[in-house]
Write a protein of this length. Structure first.
Length: 220
């Protein structure tokens, strides 16, 4: 906590300086949000869209340093995940067009807690099949977010990339061209649907630590 207070004090000094400089309102807003996170230690909030078995829960388990399978995340409702002093608010949404009851549950969840970001997850060996369902879910969720004037950043993850390079393979993989093909397919499908993303991030999150790959990039 002492470190948090020092960081917060430095931000206070910066805010005071920005008060004397015109045309920097957006910078001041961002610093104010950062100070709130430092003072309140608020958990990050991730809305994760994917098909059952796509690797969403395994992914968040891997990000927290676990070995998979220990986190239970009921669909369409926020779950607080805690591990070794770190915590995250996590909302899993099944891909595909949601029906009326699921839309109601999602609407209630977003009213309860606005997401900081939206993550699309597709399993590496099922990208082509899962992409269309991701697009349908995105359409419904975007409508809910736009109605509340929310514009969280969005990114995509191709999970379980180790399925494409052979059983028992360990990173660094000697040939990632087949993985690049999967990420390219997912990004193209999303781009064609009007979901513009910088790129799709490939990763492997399950198994022993030396088998996990690109989790730091996903976390960043």
């Amino acid at each position: 906590m002492a470190e948090d207070k020092r960081d917060g004090g430095a931000i206070d000094d910066l805010l005071g300086l920005l008060d004397r400089i015109p045309f920097l309102g957006s910078v001041k807003h961002d610093l104010t949000q950062l100070r709130k996170l430092l003072y309140d230690r608020r958990a990050g909030r991730v809305l994760a869209i994917g098909a059952p078995g796509s690797g969403r829960t395994t992914l968040v388990t891997g990000l927290f340093g676990g070995d998979g399978g220990e986190i239970v995340a009921p669909p369409d409702q926020w779950v607080r995940i805690e591990h070794r002093g770190r915590h995250l608010d996590w909302l899993e949404v099944e891909s595909g067009a949601p029906g009326a009851s699921r839309l109601h549950a999602l609407s209630r969840a977003i009213d309860e807690t606005a997401p900081d970001c939206v993550m699309f997850v597709a399993r590496a060996d099922r990208v082509a099949a899962e992409a269309d369902a991701l697009v349908k879910a995105h359409s419904a969720i975007s409508t809910l977010l736009e109605a509340r004037n929310l514009k969280p950043p969005m990114f995509a993850v191709v999970a379980q990339a180790d399925r494409l390079v052979g059983e028992g393979a360990r990173p660094p993989y000697p040939d990632v061209s087949v993985i690049d093909g999967a990420t390219g397919t997912l990004k193209k499908k999303l781009d064609e649907a009007g979901v513009s993303l910088p790129r799709a991030i490939p990763c492997s999150a399950e198994g022993p630590a030396d088998a996990r790959w690109n989790l730091r990039e996903v976390a960043d």
